[in-house]
Design a protein around this ligand. Structure first.
Ligand code: GLV
Length: 386
């Protein structure tokens, strides 16, 4: 009998077996030396929780709000490009799993299933993540499409005006759909669940873009396309223009520095996401968990602070909350689940994190996730601190 899946790492191992290498490594990789990618996870291990005992741990709740929306736990699904290449119809499946779990799902601009498709095939309003491209009319139309689809928040990504190089993607010749080279055919052939799913769906290209951007009918390598289309001039005036066109809840993602956090707060946005894009952009940047305390101190009383990067467990979630985040976003943790088992895998990833969060909170002597604060962290003797 197969071993039970008990942690996100189990889902990662299964996803690696089931997802073609180019897509598995697209998710499970970072920029250049991958030092920031690794630090995102590793730095959580230098943070210690405070164990409390003999306090009533009954009647616990993880319910809270994120960007004004009630959620069953302070965890949302992060925007991830090419999610529909991890598993056929991936964005729709992840959106459904998130809705059933009572948490928010964020659809990436670089998704395979389009905004309209996800809206039609899932049953809760989702958040839409926006990249700014040189074709501003296209961007305006994307914003309007997200509005018409009833998206509950717009998440504007600020840390990818230029794409960081991920060696694995270059080596794998990442494209969506994959080019049928001999190496790719050999790799895909031994992953029958994946290709059977892909043969059964029409959703195999960047749904928000193909057919919507003038002159773009065929998407080549993601990196070449983004290098051509993404707007390197993006600045705070653009942010304000986008805020005004959107008119709804606005989340600014990719803030790592307290000065940028201050500028973000001045735009009147509703939330920021402390993020280094999962270590996929500025290699050598600080891990998100290391950057979070200074940002939360600088702006936490004026704007909601969320974070992502390296979250693989409920313990990580509590540590982020203790450092001042109102909630977190998970990317790879759910993508592994999706690649491993489709919708059920996303559900499993969320269940694992929920259980870990609940039990960890209890063992810290707390019954309500909204009580987590700086006192939830232990202050080890300096000799043992990171
Ligand atoms: C795009 O969002 C990427 O990080 O690949």
């Amino acid at each position: 009998m197969a071993q039970p899946i008990t942690c996100v790492e189990d889902l990662r191992v299964l996803a690696k077996r089931r997802v073609p290498r180019m897509f598995y490594e697209y998710a499970d990789g970072g920029a250049w030396s991958e030092s920031t990618y690794r630090a995102n996870e590793a730095d959580f291990r230098h943070v210690y929780l405070r164990q409390r005992v003999a306090v009533d741990m009954s009647n616990r709740t993880l319910a809270t709000t994120m960007v004004g929306q009630p959620v069953t736990m302070p965890v949302a699904l992060a925007p991830v490009g090419l999610t529909g290449m991890q598993h056929a119809d991936g964005e729709i499946l992840a959106a459904r799993a998130a809705a059933a779990a009572g948490v928010a799902f964020t659809l990436s601009t670089m998704s395979i299933c389009s905004i309209e498709d996800v809206a039609e095939n899932s049953n809760a309003p989702f958040w839409f993540q926006l990249y700014v491209m040189k074709d501003r009319e296209f961007i305006d139309r994307l914003i309007d499409r997200a509005k018409s689809a009833g998206c509950a928040a717009l998440m504007l990504t600020l840390d990818l005006q230029i794409m960081g190089q991920r060696h694995k993607d270059v080596k794998n010749g990442l494209t969506a759909p994959p080019r049928l080279t001999l190496a790719n055919i050999a790799n895909i052939a031994v992953r029958p669940r994946w290709w059977a799913g892909m043969l059964g769906t029409k959703r195999r290209a960047f749904g928000n873009i193909v057919g919507h951007v003038k002159g773009v009918t065929d998407m080549r390598a993601l990196s070449a396309w983004t290098a051509e289309q993404f707007d390197p001039t993006l600045n705070w005036d653009d942010v304000k223009r986008i805020r005004d066109r959107w008119g709804g809840k606005l989340i600014l993602k990719g803030i790592l520095d307290p000065i940028d956090a201050e500028l973000a707060a001045q735009t009147g946005a509703d939330a920021i996401v402390v993020s280094n894009h999962g270590g996929r952009q500025l290699d050598g940047a600080m891990s998100s968990i290391a950057a979070l305390p200074a940002v939360a101190r600088a702006v936490g009383s004026r704007i909601e602070v969320l974070m992502d990067g390296g979250i693989r467990s409920g313990q990580d979630v509590i540590k982020a909350l203790a450092f001042g985040a109102k909630g977190v976003l998970i990317g790879r943790a759910y993508v592994y689940g999706l690649g491993a088992m489709g919708e059920a895998g996303v559900t499993r990833a969320l269940e694992i994190i929920r259980k870990e969060l609940d039990v960890t909170m209890a063992l810290c002597g707390l019954r309500d996730v909204r009580q987590v604060n700086a006192d939830t962290l232990a202050k080890p003797h300096p000799q043992f601190a990171a």
